[in-house]
Design a protein around this ligand. Structure first.
Ligand SMILES: Nc1ncnc2c1ncn2[C@@H]1O[C@H](COP(=O)(O)OP(=O)(O)OP(=O)(O)O)[C@@H](O)[C@H]1O
Ligand SMILES: [Mg+2]
Length: 280
């Protein structure tokens, strides 16, 4: 079996009475786009935050290239080549676009000006930022415009571009097209394809089923804090996948041709006992 690039086993995260993650698993395989879907509150964002050091899980294990890891901050995950676009946007509003793209990776001037006087290479950063934004086809009047003056969709474009530009290992995007128009969403999907073509695996959280079916190699279905199934879009209809997501349908684990992974115990714990036949 192919070794996952990123894997989680039995992640638990509680917030007081609320169990956001209830023994969640995840496997991201080399070069794939893995969509993560689930209803509001299913624990998708919490799962991503636990994987990338934005929060600490109460228990469970995370492995990167088979090695156990524990990221204490998102910066640590970034140092391991994992770039994340968080749903609750992680841009610095007061900084301009170029500075946001280079946040935490500021480039210094060449020679003594950079090494001794720590002067930033602003023109160089702006030039690269312009190239990246043009590649993503995000129309911006000026890269020196502070991010707080951008629309929600443009801000999302900045964080997507930043993730795609810097990732060396894994890209994770939590609802990257939620605030985007039709054209911009299409551009983000194109960008995800380009990232995959560079050989990087992508985790894409999305509520947009047509997008998921268009771009995902596999779909991880999250329900009540756990993974309940992993399916291939080529083998299931959108209606079936939505039924799995809402708990209306569980898939037969013995149906190996169509089902990649089914967590029956999670489905049972979620109170999903009845089994419906998708063909009926
Ligand atoms: N910081 C927090 N404090 C308290 N509860 C939280 C916190 N973060 C998440 N939760 C709770 O954990 C559960 C899972 O939330 P999470 O944000 O992971 O869901 P989600 O699947 O990303 O939902 P959505 O589709 O709406 O983005 C929810 O019940 C939520 O209210
Ligand atoms: Mg979320």
């Amino acid at each position: 079996m192919t070794e996952p690039v990123l894997a989680a086993r039995g992640l638990v995260k509680r917030y007081g009475q609320v169990t956001a993650l209830d023994g969640a698993d995840l496997e991201l395989l080399p070069g794939e786009v893995l969509a993560v879907i689930g209803d509001n509150g299913a624990g998708k964002s919490t799962l991503i935050k636990a994987l990338t050091g934005a929060i600490q899980p109460d228990s469970g294990e995370i492995r990167l290239d088979g090695q156990p890891v524990r990221f204490r901050t998102p910066l640590e995950a970034r140092r391991h080549g994992i770039e994340t676009v968080y749903q609750d946007l992680a841009v610095a509003p007061a900084l301009d676009i170029a500075s946001n793209l280079f946040l935490g990776r500021e480039q210094r001037r060449k020679g003594i000006l950079g090494t001794v006087f720590r002067m930033l290479d602003k023109p160089g950063m702006r030039q690269q930022a312009a190239k990246q934004m043009a590649e993503l086809k995000i129309g911006l009047r000026s890269l020196t415009q502070p991010v707080e003056s951008l629309s929600g969709g443009q801000r999302q474009g900045v964080s997507v571009a930043r993730a795609a530009a810097w990732a060396r290992h894994v890209v994770i995007m939590d609802e990257p097209t939620a605030a985007l128009g039709v054209k911009e969403s299409g551009q983000v999907l194109d960008l995800i394809r380009r990232v995959r073509d560079r050989g990087l695996p992508v985790v894409l959280i999305s509520h947009n089923m047509p997008h998921v079916f268009e771009i995902a190699d596999r779909i991880h279905v999250q329900r009540l804090g756990r993974r309940v199934a992993v399916v291939r879009p080529s083998e299931h209809s959108m209606a079936e996948v939505v039924s799995i997501m809402t708990g209306a349908l569980t898939i037969d684990a013995s149906d190996h041709d169509r089902t990649v992974v089914v967590d029956e115990s999670a489905a049972a714990a979620a109170g999903v006992t009845g089994r419906s036949d998708p063909d009926q």
